[in-house]
Design a protein around this ligand. Structure first.
Ligand code: AMP
Ligand code: MG
Length: 402
């Protein structure tokens, strides 16, 4: 077991036991937000044929050198037209956006630049070849336009359809057990007894798992007891691909997740040099990867964002630029001084906003790791390296939460 590792090392260790990466074929209707498993090549040229980018007239450019020329209207090409008339010298074919270019024509005059009288049209503006969208100018048949590991965002869904795919091979959603541990925890909505609090982490973590493309399985809350923990971990390791627990991993007498993992599971690392979120552990239970997240609500969200989320993304084969993530790395100019932490990466909650050319950061609420409101009231996290502080006006690394 490694004790007190950097965040980078923690991720490296966790990735030695990734989630299984299985794939499935799904319909395009179901694909939004999923991770494409394989490179996707186009089944067609895009555009499929030369067509007009404007409503107007398909003409010969040589016929329109002089403004006011009169051309004979010989027919119409509309979107979906199968047969299109040939445009000869002194002729024009009425054409709609997306309609096939008639043979013989080599330019388009916009409808606004023309006046039709009977079966003739007067050309009052330029005839432009640039108004023709050329076959395959966007994509050639066989060209890979979406790479495996990309998240299927809305435009990627449209592109898949444009390329002729009605089904996509995507990465299966890993099933991730989420287990809250603590005698004091009561599900929201139920009556509270003295000393009890509403449990929140399993809901938040389930939402984070779903956002990362996993299938969260929120288990019933577990008391601080070795026996209950053993039972639920055994069950979860059979039913799920990975396990996330919350609570019970610090130094306290009742921190049974750490105790049972030490005695009956396998711990790969315990404690990460970060604040908040120092006490997490990672290991395996019956071979299944398990993260023991701290119980403090801010800590568990932050550890998920910077450690568990990248682990899920890497496991699922998400690519760096187009993959799933919960935050973007940015540089932020601080409005106020920000205190760092000795020996630890310090992730304080900050608000990030654009002011002129710069992104500026400020802090607003109490920063305690028990204060989940601080994560809602801000939209970013500082990334102050160990032993450093920021003065007001300093530019620092930060995460802009999505
Ligand atoms: P622990 O990590 O078990 O020592 O818990 C640290 C703090 O987080 C304590 O104040 C707990 O009451 C609180 N806590 C633990 N688990 C949860 C949870 N699932 N939801 C909300 N707060 C929690
Ligand atoms: Mg506890």
């Amino acid at each position: 077991m490694e004790k007190g590792v950097t965040l980078e090392r923690a991720l490296e260790i966790a990735l030695t036991n990734p989630l299984p990466r299985k794939t499935e074929l799904i319909s395009l209707d179901q694909a939004s937000g999923r991770i494409l498993a394989i490179d996707l090549a186009s089944k067609v040229d895009d555009p499929r044929f030369d067509n007009s980018a404007m409503d107007g007239w398909a003409v010969r450019q040589s016929d329109c050198q002089v403004l006011g020329n009169r051309l004979k209207i010989i027919g119409t090409s509309q979107a979906g037209s199968k047969e299109v008339p040939f445009v000869g010298e002194g002729e024009a074919c009425c054409i709609m956006t997306g309609a096939p270019m008639p043979a013989g024509s080599d330019a388009i005059v916009m409808i606004e630049d023309s006046k039709s009288i009977g079966n003739h049209v007067i050309i009052n503006g330029p005839a432009r070849p640039e108004y023709i969208r050329k076959r395959a100018e966007n994509l050639e048949k066989g060209q890979v336009a979406l790479v495996g590991g990309s998240v299927l965002e809305s435009a990627a869904i449209s592109l898949s359809a444009t390329m002729g795919h009605n089904q996509l091979e995507v990465v299966q959603k890993p099933k991730i057990a989420i287990i809250g541990v603590g005698d004091e925890l009561i599900p929201p909505g139920e009556p509270l007894s003295d000393g009890s609090i509403y449990e929140s982490n399993t809901y938040g973590i389930a939402s984070l798992v779903a956002r990362m493309g996993g299938m969260p399985m929120r288990f019933a809350l577990i008391q601080d007891s070795i026996e209950s923990l053993r039972e639920v971990l055994n069950y979860a390791s059979i039913k799920c691909d990975a396990i996330i627990t919350s609570g019970g991993v610090s130094m306290g007498k009742w921190d049974f997740v750490r105790e049972i993992m030490e005695k009956e599971g396998e711990i790969a690392f315990w404690r990460v040099l970060m604040r908040p979120g120092g006490p997490p552990l990672f290991g395996s239970w019956s071979g299944k990867p398990i993260f023991g997240l701290p119980g403090n609500p801010v800590s568990s969200h932050v550890v998920f964002t910077v450690l568990v989320a990248p682990w899920i993304a890497h496991s699922m084969g998400s690519v760096e630029e187009k993959g799933k993530r919960l935050a973007n790395k940015v540089r932020v100019q601080m409005k106020e001084p920000l205190k760092g932490a000795a020996n630890k990466l310090c992730m304080r909650r900050i608000s990030i906003k654009q002011e002129g050319d710069a992104l500026v950061g400020s802090t607003e609420t109490h920063q305690g790791s028990g204060n989940i409101h601080s994560l809602v009231a801000h939209n970013g996290l500082s990334m102050l390296p160990p032993g450093t502080h920021a003065e007001s006006g300093d530019t620092i690394d930060a995460l802009w939460l999505l």
